[in-house]
Write a protein that binds this ligand. Structure first.
Ligand code: DOR
Ligand code: ZN
Length: 362
């Protein structure tokens, strides 16, 4: 405890929010799904679940089956609703997407440029190949969620988001002005500026890790695979632009954790996987940022109101409560290892003290 506070009564405050949603999460499958689904369901009422499984979710039938596996992994009595997405490929049919949307199975489609990230090998090689799908989505009001990075090896990895915006996103929005688009997990001041100047059909999600770390985190004292994700964290000025955007109250920025668990063995290896597992303390992590920015009164809008408004969904019933109570994040989370796969995870903020804690009684 800060020595100046010693002897003073413990400062304790509570913050109640309408129950929030996570508009971008990886819940995985099998043993890892069992290990991580309860954490997301504890904090969030709904979540947009990424389809980059192996093999990816490219059909209505695969999504229905995945939704059942997610529900089976939830604690008894959980009211959490997974919102499923279709993984766009060069050959996916517009009819399959439209049927999935009409049947309430697909909430949105995810665009991974081919080879951009984990399980993106089957992604889209050229936007021209999915023109018919994009036209159908625009017509039926189905959101397109974009991993916004070019994949050209000659483009510096720290520039790939900004180049994607200029080369692909801006022309896409001109071709499809009524298409609803979410630029996922933005990492740059350029992305913030682009979203601001666009109309109401473009929004962006912001992760807790991109609000907390800049690119130095990956190299502090040695190589730190637990801070490696894609898009990779950028310079400090970009982090500051993201913090300003997230806490600004502007409706086009909302919560999406991009919690992307990989077993510790897959992160800490010669070719470590991209992804940060933050679901266990995501809300607490965002609360820390909003408090530091003097914007706790805007956390609810970012976490619980802007996302539903963009997607055209009602806001959630009920509330959650955050308590101002310092706690240390465990260095490792040992998940359920059923099936033989190791699910040992290093959570974001491992070993650090966070000031806010989600109350057990909600
Ligand atoms: O860091 C990341 N991990 N970025 C992504 O886009 C995918 C994700 C994953 O699935 O592991
Ligand atoms: Zn993601």
């Amino acid at each position: 405890m800060n020595r100046f506070l010693k002897g003073l009564p413990k400062v304790s405050s509570r913050l109640s929010l309408r129950r929030p949603d996570d508009w971008h999460v990886h819940l995985r499958d099998g043993a890892l799904l069992q290990a991580v689904a309860p954490a997301t369901a504890r904090s969030f009422a709904r979540a947009i679940v990424m389809p980059n499984l192996n093999p990816p979710i490219t059909s209505v039938a695969a999504a229905v089956a995945y939704g059942a596996r997610i529900r089976a992994a939830l604690p008894e009595g959980s009211c959490f609703s997974p919102l499923l997405t279709a993984y766009l490929t060069d050959t996916i049919e517009a009819e399959e997407i439209e049927r999935g949307h009409a049947e309430g199975v697909f909430t949105a489609c995810k665009l991974y440029p081919a080879h951009a990230t984990t399980n993106a090998a089957a992604g889209v090689s050229d936007l021209a190949r999915i023109e018919a799908v994009l036209a159908a989505m625009e017509r039926i009001g189905m959101p397109l969620l974009i991993h916004g990075e070019v994949t050209d090896a000659e483009i510096d990895i720290f520039d790939r988001e900004a180049v994607f915006i200029e080369r692909h996103l801006a022309p896409l929005l001109l071709r499809h002005p009524a298409l609803k688009v979410v630029l996922e997990h933005i990492t740059t001041a350029e992305a913030v500026a682009f979203v601001r100047q666009a109309g109401p059909n473009l929004a962006a999600t912001i992760t807790p890790h991109h609000l907390h770390i800049n690119r130095n985190a990956m190299f502090r004292g040695g190589l730190r695979p637990d801070f490696y994700c894609l898009p990779v964290a950028k310079r400090e000025r970009h982090r500051l632009a993201l913090r300003q955007a997230a806490t600004s109250g502007e409706t086009s920025f909302f919560l999406g954790t991009d919690s992307a668990p990989h077993p510790r063995s897959a992160k800490e290896s010669a070719c470590g996987c991209a992804g940060i597992y933050n679901a266990a303390y995501a809300l607490e992590s965002y609360a820390e940022v909003f408090e530091q920015e003097g914007a706790l009164d805007r956390l609810e809008a970012f976490a619980s109101l802007h996302g539903p408004a963009f997607y055209g969904f009602p806001v959630n019933e009920g509330t959650i409560t955050l308590v101002r109570e310092a706690h240390t994040v465990p260095p490792r989370l040992q998940g359920n290892a059923a099936g033989g796969a190791s699910t040992e995870l290093v959570p974001f903020h491992a070993g650090q003290v966070l000031q806010w804690r989600l109350a057990d009684d909600g």
